[in-house]
Design a protein around this ligand. Structure first.
Ligand code: SF4
Ligand code: SF4
Length: 345
């Protein structure tokens, strides 16, 4: 495993520190899509400073994609995406007791409580072995999951915390027993997690642990890295990137220097997710769109798009005719990749 795995995060500050500098607007997909000052991290922070209630701030709380792009740009080091996750939780908790809840939230809540009461799974992975937390999208593609495992040489952890990751996203209370059981089972392992939001929280919950995102884990493999070429557009999974920005920016700088590929990091497109969507879309209450994927391609002519996240692969496949491949697929067929490099490199 590479040496950029662990460091304690700096203590974040809260909304009271917002100076109104507006830098966060530059990177926020909510603002870019709406140009409504209420739909911004600054609008949220200023609303809270003025005593706005969670209900009055519902629009940005729901619209935020939790991409995390605002966190590294804030000069006051406010944990903006963490603030929005807390507000989501508070807004769910502030509903009157008999309010109708979307079915996905009811089901998830039941699943979390069931897992909290269940005995921990018998360990098939030894305590110090590195483990893979694939998440539901990768589990739904067994061939790709097998390829990831073969490239990384990692065992899949039975309990990959998918329910916890979804609860973080949707603002659902995680029973303490469930959370502690999950974290206890991970202690001592080096963790590779596909879900960037879960990885971001693991950095806080298990500060001394060795952990990394699926993208960096795969792109350090020679079989993968050697197949990245200058005509590729490499799309970073944004939540893992922004959640550990100080180290990850150096990692991706090196990747770009060594392979020549372009990255989804330039100017205001600071690794904003192609598949960005807010809570309403995740709950099926609003139509999704692929604005981010289209925007990332503006003014660019890559021969191929390489993604770390399967959600981004689906988004780019919807908006363009270019080949879109997951990183793990780069290491798949050396002969085919050799041909590709010859043709486009
Ligand atoms: S997490 Fe992303 S969408 Fe949400 S406020 Fe920050 S930049 Fe905007
Ligand atoms: S970047 Fe930070 S300090 Fe500046 S407006 Fe946004 S939240 Fe406030």
């Amino acid at each position: 495993m590479p040496a950029f795995l662990a460091r304690a995060p700096a203590a974040p500050r809260d909304y009271a520190a917002c100076s109104g500098c507006s830098l966060c607007l530059l990177v926020c997909p909510m603002w870019r899509g709406s140009h409504d000052p209420r739909l911004t991290p600054e609008g949220l922070a200023k609303g809270l400073q003025s005593g706005a209630t969670v209900r009055e701030l519902a629009a940005p709380i729901v619209a935020c994609s939790l991409c995390g792009a605002c966190d590294p740009v804030c000069p006051e080091r406010i944990d903006l995406s963490g603030l929005i996750m807390d507000l989501r939780l508070r807004s769910a908790n502030s509903l009157p007791p008999n309010s109708p809840q979307p079915a996905v939230i009811v089901e998830l809540s039941a699943r979390l409580h069931q897992a909290a009461g269940a005995a921990p799974a018998a360990g098939v992975v030894s305590r110090s072995a590195p483990v893979l937390l694939p998440g539901p999208e990768l589990r739904a593609d067994p061939a790709l999951l097998a390829r990831v495992q073969a490239l990384l040489g990692l065992a899949v952890f039975d309990d990959d915390g998918a329910d916890i990751a979804l609860a973080l996203e949707l603002g659902v209370e995680i029973p303490q027993q469930r959370l502690h059981g999950f974290l206890d089972s991970l202690r001592g392992h080096t963790i590779v997690a596909a879900d960037g939001l879960l990885l971001r929280q693991l950095r806080r919950w298990l500060p001394g642990s060795q952990r990394m995102g699926l993208g960096p884990a795969l792109s350090t493999r020679a079989a993968v890295r050697s197949n990245l070429v200058p005509s590729d557009l490499y799309v970073i999974e944004p939540r893992a990137f922004h959640g550990d920005y100080e180290r990850m920016v150096g990692y991706y700088d090196r990747l770009q220097r060594e392979t020549g590929c372009s990255l989804s990091l330039d100017l205001q497109r600071i690794a904003i997710p192609a598949a960005s969507s807010g809570l309403a879309q995740k709950l099926g209450l609003a139509a999704g769109d692929d604005v981010q994927a289209k925007w990332m391609l503006q003014g660019r002519k890559p021969a191929r798009i390489v993604v770390e996240s399967l959600a981004d692969r689906a988004a780019f496949e919807r908006v363009c005719d270019l080949p879109v491949v997951h990183l793990a697929e780069l290491g798949e067929d050396p002969q085919m990749m050799q041909k590709f490099r010859h043709a486009f490199g």
